[in-house]
Design a protein around this ligand. Structure first.
Ligand code: GTP
Ligand code: MG
Length: 191
């Protein structure tokens, strides 16, 4: 897959006609602050298509971006962000589960992003289980590998693979390392 165009379309917080459009949806899911928005910017080679921030909880809506006038990249809010408070976190959790599980959206595949620097957390495992239960094809992206040396990298990749039981691609949104492999995997999985 070669990305030639990318544009923001809209952000939603509930049912919307965009969910039913013919374009396949590739959703980016993961804990708060793992770099979902940054990975999308890295894939489209833009610094600021998607707003990213060092303050966790930046993305609050389900944001749709049209790619090559053919697919939607869908940026979701992060799950498991404690500082949002129990109420806010529950709202976001419901929003994500509704998007993935209600059948309203045409979710073609998911890119499940985890932080390669820390061990996979209960939330990551729960998300992998939900995707399996919903029969949604997914790939795990271990982001921020620029922060690890070779030894840590291979150690952490193995730990993530065995904990989530899925294909894991090392990635850095900062250096774009792993970009070609991820684009290749996305085009295979949406077929
Ligand atoms: N070193 C490093 N930092 C990264 C990488 N990707 C993202 N970051 C940083 O991590 C922070 C969070 O990035 P975001 O893209 O906003 O994360 P997010 O998952 O969209 O966060 P929420 O929208 O709050 O759920 C920012 O400070 C980014 O600069 C990476 O590959 N390497
Ligand atoms: Mg975000």
């Amino acid at each position: 897959m070669n990305i030639t165009s990318a544009e923001f379309v809209k952000g939603i917080i509930g049912t919307d006609p965009i969910l039913k459009e013919k374009y396949p949806q590739i959703a980016f899911v993961g804990r708060s602050n793992v770099g979902k928005s940054s990975v999308i910017n890295s894939l489209v080679m833009r610094k600021d298509l998607v707003k990213s921030s060092s303050m966790p909880g930046k993305t609050r809506e389900i944001n749709f971006f049209i790619i090559n006038k053919k697919y939607y990249f869908v940026d979701l809010p992060g799950y498991g962000f404690a500082r949002m408070g129990a109420k806010g976190a529950e709202k976001i959790r419901k929003l994500i589960l509704w998007y993935l599980g209600s059948g309203e959206a045409r979710v073609n595949m998911v890119v499940l992003i985890v932080d390669s620097v820390v061990k996979p957390m209960a939330y990551d495992k729960e998300m992998a289980d939900i995707l399996r239960a919903e029969n949604i094809p997914f790939v795990v992206v271990a982001n921020k590998i620029d922060r690890l040396n070779q030894t840590e990298r291979s150690h952490n990749m193995k730990a993530i693979e065995s904990s989530l039981g899925a294909l894991v691609l090392p990635y850095s949104a900062r250096t774009h390392s792993g970009r070609d492999e991820l684009l290749e995997t996305i085009s295979k999985l949406i077929k």
